[in-house]
Design a protein around this ligand. Sequence first.
Ligand SMILES: [Mg+2]
Length: 402
Amino acid sequence: MRITDVEVLVTCPGRNFVTLRVRTDEGVHGLGDATLNGRELAVVSYLRDHVAPCLIGRDPFRIEDIWQYLYRGAYWRRGPVTMTAIGAVDMALWDIKGKALGVPVYELLGGASRAGVLVYGHASGESAGEAVDAVGRYLDLGYKAVRVQAGVPGLSGTYGVGRGELFYEPAGTGLPREDVWSAEKYLATVPSLFARVRDEYGDEVRLLHDAHHRLTPIQAARLGRDLEPYRLFWLEDVAPAEQQEAFRLIRQHTTTPLAVGEIFSTIHDATVLLREYLIDYLRMTVVHGGGITHLRNAAAYADVHQVRTGCHGATDLSPVAMAAALHLDLSIPNFGIQEYMRHTAETDEVFPHAYTFSGGYLHPGGSPGLGVDYRDDLAERHPYQRAYLPVSRLEDGTMGNW
Ligand SMILES: [Mg+2]
């Protein structure tokens, strides 16, 4: 089998997605997600102008060799644009191999290690009361784990607070929106939010929270300690993720489990965190972390350090990446939890998929390959629209971390 064509497809069914389609001389094709929120066209160019010409004529079954060729073979390696592009190629090749052999990808990865993939949803509200009510709606849907975020009084546009019932999309058209942030005001509200949630729903539901890289190490340590009575499943990105050594200080002060890594491009971004047992969950994703091939290696390195996975699964990943994550999640020994933000109906129509949700768990389904299709006829109705994630400033106008 040989690769004959490589297409980079861009569509915007409510938000932008970049999809790679690799075609072969035997009629089998594979899909990969290449979406990098707010920088989509940089990946399009990397794939179209630099990667695609190198793939034509290659054997798509040689997944590992092609991964090494694209990673080691590029002198300017790593970084989110490069690794998203490699991730898309890698997903497409696993998809081709599964389809050609007639098996779902998880069977190629060693088979299922569990019956289903535990997921968490996003409950949020402008006020703590609205957020508490939103948790109840997720429990009614069958979720066993819920991330909870609430607006902070005195601040507009708090991170993680959605405008709809099930969908949260922070990216917007036009230039980046500017939010205002105060760690002091935030820290004063979060513990009481979780006290209310525990009071309302008891101890069984797994609760998660995301600080989105916005605290200093000592502020993060304080938040972790203040949340201990509410026994969080995890506290996410409590300090800027690239400051790995900062987690030494945080870890000394709190037993709240920590999750980091959705912005990591390779396992090299997490070596201190893992070697020194500074986190409990690694959040690298298939799409931004070099595909199934690299994420499987990252998960194995995490497993050595008793760290479980908790892959990023926001709506800025297409259903192709979600499917790829689910195949990996189902198969690896140290899976922890999978983020699951529901896509809109428009997105699901463009990307019909075999994965299903039931009772708080997702399953990738039994279709050969990844189990996702791409409807060109529908995708073409939604042209690309430039969009950005917001930026954040402190109350005095200083730039902060969004
Ligand atoms: Mg996050």
